[in-house]
Write a protein that binds this ligand. Structure first.
Ligand code: MN3
Length: 236
């Protein structure tokens, strides 16, 4: 009599557990976690040559950026589960992976738009209000390029150098960030106009350890038209 009762209890408990699992996964599907996808490049991998090689662009986009997207989505899925379980400690633990991989996705999505083949206007100096603002803040475009190249070369380890607009102060700023920190980590009113990736993976295959040489050539494919559009939209 004892043994069958145990067996029935076990089956009943298993059913309840299975039921719970099913319910929670259905809830997850209903809530539908928003995932991110790798954006297409607006040009061919080889289109930025000779400034940036096709090999660098392909690996940078398909491997590096894809890894940030994949790891960001994984971290967000884990965050969703931790929040649902009320696991406060795991929620906090996930923050660094979210900042790093989410920042990597945000920054690279901007970076691809900051570049353009010279046949499509890459390297052509900015006109209009951004051009005037650059002259007013940095003396000339040459002055800005010199400043950003020097600050980008001086970033220790991996990071980014940025031209940004401070929306509150209505002025242009040059700043750097470490790792994959987006510009907004330096101030909530900062909007990125041009971000240059100074991680080794952005230049090493072509320029080896000579980061200043990469920073000299990258300006030949900077998309000032895109930066001008963002500036005109945000500077109001
Ligand atoms: Mn990169």
């Amino acid at each position: 009599i004892f043994i069958p009762t145990m067996a029935i209890r076990c089956v009943a408990r298993r059913k309840t557990l299975a039921g719970l699992k099913e319910t929670s996964s259905r809830l997850l599907r209903i809530r539908g976690i928003q995932t991110f996808t790798l954006p297409d490049l607006p040009y061919d991998y080889g289109a930025l040559e000779p400034a940036i090689s096709g090999e660098i662009m392909q690996i940078h986009h398909q491997k590096h950026h894809q890894a940030y997207v994949t790891n960001y989505n994984n971290a967000l899925e884990q965050l969703d589960q931790a929040v649902n379980k009320g696991d406060a400690s795991t929620v906090v633990k996930l923050q660094s992976a979210i900042k790093f991989n989410g920042g990597g996705h945000v920054n690279h999505s901007i970076f691809w738009k900051n570049l353009a083949p010279s046949s499509e206007g890459g390297g052509e100096p900015p006109k209009g209000s951004l051009g005037s603002a650059i002259d007013a803040h940095f003396g000339s475009l040459e002055g800005l390029v010199k400043k950003m190249s020097a600050e980008g070369a001086a970033v220790q380890g991996s990071g980014w150098v940025w031209l940004g607009l401070d929306k509150e102060l209505k002025k242009l700023v040059v700043d750097t960030t470490a790792n994959q920190d987006p510009l907004v980590t330096k101030g909530g009113s900062l909007v990125p106009l041009v971000g240059i990736d100074v991680w080794e993976h952005a230049y090493y295959l072509q320029y080896k350890n000579v980061r200043p040489e990469y920073l000299k050539n990258v300006w030949k494919v900077i998309n000032w038209k895109y930066a001008s559009e963002v500036y005109e939209k945000e500077n109001n």
